[in-house]
Design a protein around this ligand. Structure first.
Ligand code: C2E
Ligand code: MG
Ligand code: MG
Ligand code: MG
Length: 278
């Protein structure tokens, strides 16, 4: 196969960012072809209300259905998409597809879309968002953009753009919270509406007292800032019970559902119930 050293890292890892593909094609050319041939798809992972486990919305997670390699996960190819600038075009497709899909969901359910730094700094993300909302008719309040700290490296530039998007009524979540270096500055300066607690803290909460302290304090901080808070990577009932106990609003993780194609989980059970009642 392409990269034997990748073999040990899981069946989905076939490419290194920027590495040459067989036949002399670069991964960038492969990505261009993938876009043209509609090989990208969005999988959706539920985000639930921790008190009653009702579905608040879904996070859109990008996958590449490669004709020979099968399903490829985003960490493998997004760096190349970013380096080459192609993420701007791919990101536009993601936004439109996610907004379109969300139009078919239950009233009020949100779609969360990950945004890369490159989209913010090299593309016109404000225009992309407006275009996606206009062409699909999704109410802006049902869209949330997920930003990591790297998105915000050039904060002055980001500030104006994000304020503009926030003014449309679109939500802004700070993803992987706690893994960066200067997240507090971002919280103070940017119009974010949600904090997503990084999976690392959740996965270690049972064994690491410090993880628990960080989670509890951040949930408290979010409350004081009147921000919503989602815990990522909840995999078991112990984690769920503890997070409920400290007042975490929302959660996401394999315990509630893995990312999957929406045609595999729709119509959802509650839709079936209402369909049956009609
Ligand atoms: P993220 O935004 O922090 O997404 C959460 C990742 O954690 C997803 O990995 C998800 O499958 C995984 N995850 C969710 N629950 C659990 C759990 O309970 N246990 C474990 N072990 N993992 C869990 P995925 O789909 O591989 O995505 C990885 C990253 O790639 C994302 O991290 C995001 O930064 C990026 N990404 C994904 N889709 C897009 C996209 O459409 N655009 C951009 N720019 N980046 C994307
Ligand atoms: Mg995310
Ligand atoms: Mg995350
Ligand atoms: Mg992440």
């Amino acid at each position: 196969l392409y990269a034997s050293k990748a073999a040990g890292r899981g069946q989905f890892t076939f490419f290194e960012p920027g590495m040459d593909m067989p036949g002399g094609d670069t991964m960038k050319a492969e990505l261009l072809r993938a876009l043209a041939h509609k090989e990208f798809e969005l999988h959706y992972q539920p985000i639930v209300n921790l008190s009653d486990v009702s579905v608040l919305g879904y996070e859109a997670l990008l996958r590449w259905r490669h004709p020979e390699q099968g399903l490829i996960l985003p960490d493998t190819f997004i760096p190349t998409a970013e380096d080459s600038g192609l993420i701007v075009e791919i990101g536009q497709w993601i936004l439109e597809q996610a907004c379109q899909d969300a139009c078919g969901w239950e009233d009020g359910q949100k779609v969360a879309v990950n945004i890369s730094a490159v989209q913010l700094h090299r593309g016109d993300i404000g225009a992309s968002v407006r275009q996606a909302l206009a062409s699909t008719g999704l109410p802006p309040s049902r869209l949330e953009l997920e930003l990591t700290e790297s998105v915000l490296l050039n904060r002055q530039e980001a500030e104006a753009t994000l304020a503009d998007i926030r003014n449309l009524g679109v939500g802004l979540a700070l993803d992987d919270f706690g893994t960066g270096f200067s997240t507090f500055t971002y919280l103070a300066e940017l119009p974010v509406t949600r904090i997503k607690l990084d999976r690392h803290f959740v996965s270690t909460l049972e064994t690491n007292e410090r993880s628990r302290a960080i989670l509890a304090s951040t949930i408290n901080l979010a409350r004081n800032l009147q921000l919503e808070v989602t815990a990522e990577g909840i995999e078991n009932m112990t984690q769920l019970a503890w997070l409920r106990g400290v007042g975490c609003d929302a959660g996401q993780g394999y315990l509630f559902g893995k990312p999957q194609r929406q045609d595999l989980f729709f119509p959802s059970p509650s839709r079936l119930v209402s369909a049956r009642a009609q």
